[in-house]
Design a protein around this ligand. Structure first.
Ligand code: GTP
Ligand code: MG
Length: 550
């Protein structure tokens, strides 16, 4: 199982050149076959790790040696790392949970910086007593938990010497690190300590991009309060003779239960949760949630409950991402491109979401010939009895045993795929057709909305219902422009200049530069000017390259 854990969230995805990708794929399939098959097994292992971990705020001048010496008094340390987020923090994972208890036994109460404190003890601690005379943490590696600024990424990509390498480089720069994933599970675990006060059997599970393999450093932390363990396995058979049952408070609907649970939990997080700030209860949304910022980790957190369908879509995206390394690379590239052009946004609105974009990439890969990934219906047909899942009347069944999935041989390069992706969506028949990864084929649109992407599990719903015509137009215009830019790049450049720090943007890098297409301009005049200057110099350099070649 360790082997499997290592391959999940692996950071070396795509290090194989595109030509060797068929081979890499088969190697991965073998890996998959001898490990546990489900995302759940991996989640369980990460969760258990998190429960043996603590989060410690450190003075920036803490000596690592002294720090470790003090902590190891309480037991063996498996892993630790430092990171910066409004100050220095350390995540420390002990080998056993007893060590965590021992450390907490040793902890004192805060010296009076506030008049009073809420006496809720948690595994978020502060280091005391380190004097400023301690030697600075010279050799200590400080992990960054945020993603590289776009301009730095553009420079990095410009130094690569093939589009394939650019796509791989982008994926490597943006994907979650092992440390960041640990921190995400630790925040879930800290939150669980609050929720178990009411529901001792509950768990807090991360879902969405924190675990589906498509998460970018800095993405939000989606969490799901799972209360199913409380009722599981009970009421299976009616015992004869006397027995007792629980008296429980009735509610009008599942939704009302979710709302009342989240309302109380939200209040606790707000009133008692160390480091949790800006708590908002958004209980009337389609999917009720509590949103807050966890300051020590810097994560924007969304806590939902009774959200099993979202967990299923997480599992599905994870599966697709594991089937072929090109899936994750393309999703990262498209997500990054979309963010750079304001096609997606952190503010809710008429924008296309990352989830929709991901489904669009999957659909495109199903439409290749031969297809790179199978349809959802095919994955359902491969499912065994243990995979059966019906949630609120929706069929969410699909195979969990990766070894049953036979892939077709498709050796297209990332370069080819990225440019064909833009071409595909530059000319898609949005007005008539719907995107459907269940069938893997365009379907006639059932509703009149600008963009129709069928919800994979709740098939009567459209996951991009929010998108308006203007946003779709921008998306299409940008796909057209990117198709054009890649064709230009192909015609003029044969790689970046690795020796120079100021390599001219080329290939994928040009796609991330501010756009010139109508209606896509930024509001800010100053930025517009920068934009046009950058594009002008870019076009100049392309022209020069052209002249040199001819
Ligand atoms: P980020 O933008 O990186 O946070 O991507 P994400 O995949 O985590 O998206 P988000 O935080 O918006 O949503 C979390 C998860 O909820 C997604 O991965 C999906 O599983 C699910 N989800 C999000 N939006 C929708 C939607 O419109 N319909 C359905 N059915 N599920 C959704
Ligand atoms: Mg998310």
């Amino acid at each position: 199982s360790t082997k499997w854990v290592k391959t999940l969230f692996r950071r070396d995805v795509g290090t194989n050149a595109a030509a060797a990708q068929g081979e890499a794929l088969r190697k991965e399939e073998t890996d998959v076959q001898d490990g546990p098959q489900s995302l759940y097994a991996v989640l369980a292992e990460r969760q258990e790790q998190a429960e043996r971990s603590v989060l410690i705020s450190c003075l920036s001048k803490t000596s690592e040696k002294k720090f470790l010496k003090y902590l190891s008094k309480h037991g063996e340390i498996n892993k630790h790392f430092f990171y910066e987020s409004y100050g220095m923090y350390a995540v420390v994972e002990f080998a056993s949970r007893e060590s965590v208890s021992a450390l907490m036994e040793d902890a004192s109460f805060p010296s009076v910086s506030h008049e009073s404190v809420v006496p809720f003890k948690s595994r978020l601690l502060s280091l005391r007593g380190a004097s400023s005379a301690d030697s600075p943490h010279g050799s200590q590696l400080i992990q960054s938990q945020t993603s590289m600024p776009i301009n730095e990424l553009i420079r990095r990509l410009s130094r690569e010497d093939s589009v394939d390498q650019q796509v791989i480089s982008l994926t490597e720069a943006y994907q979650l690190t092992d440390e960041n994933i640990r921190l995400r599970f630790l925040v879930c675990s800290l939150l669980k300590d609050i929720t178990t006060a009411y529901f001792p059997e509950c768990t807090i599970k991360p879902f969405g991009s924190s675990v589906n393999g498509f998460g970018k450093l800095g993405c939000d932390l989606d969490m799901f309060l799972d209360l199913d363990a409380i009722t599981k396995g009970k009421n299976k058979l009616l015992k004869s003779g006397l027995s007792v049952e629980f008296q429980m408070k009735g509610a009008n609907s599942e939704r009302a239960v979710t709302q009342s649970v989240l309302s109380v939990i939200g209040e606790c997080v707000d009133q008692f949760g160390p480091g949790c700030v800006g708590v908002q209860k958004i209980l009337n949304a389609r999917c009720p949630l509590v949103r807050f910022a966890h300051q020590p980790s810097g994560f924007q957190c969304d806590l939902t409950a009774n959200n099993r369908v979202a967990m299923k879509s997480t599992e599905l995206l994870y599966l697709y991402g594991e089937l072929d390394p090109r899936v994750r690379s393309l999703v990262f590239t498209v997500r990054c491109w979309a963010r750079a052009h304001g096609i997606t946004s952190s503010i809710p609105g008429a924008w296309i979401t990352n989830f929709s974009l991901t489904v669009m990439v999957l659909f495109f890969l199903q439409r290749r010939s031969p297809p790179i990934i199978p349809t959802l219906n095919h994955l359902r047909d491969l499912a065994g009895p243990e995979d059966t899942s019906v949630i609120e009347g929706n069929d969410c069944t699909f195979v969990s045993d990766f070894s049953r999935i036979q892939l077709q041989v498709n050796t297209e390069t990332l370069e080819k795929l990225i440019s064909e992706f833009f071409e595909f969506y530059a000319s898609f028949a949005y007005s008539r057709m719907s995107i459907d990864i269940r069938k893997g084929q365009e379907q006639n649109k059932p509703q009149v909305t600008p963009l129709h992407i069928q919800n994979p599990f709740e098939t009567s719903l459209n996951i991009s219902k929010n998108v308006n015509a203007a946003q779709l137009d921008r998306f299409v215009a940008l796909c057209q422009e990117s198709t054009w830019l890649l064709q230009q790049s192909e015609a003029t450049t044969s790689g970046g200049d690795a020796s120079s720090d100021t390599a001219t943007p080329w290939g994928l890098a040009t796609l991330l530069l501010p756009s010139q297409v109508a209606g896509v301009k930024s509001n800010k005049k100053r930025r517009q000017k920068q934009t046009s200057e950058r594009i002008k110099s870019l076009l100049e350099s392309l022209k020069q390259n052209n002249q040199q070649k001819s």
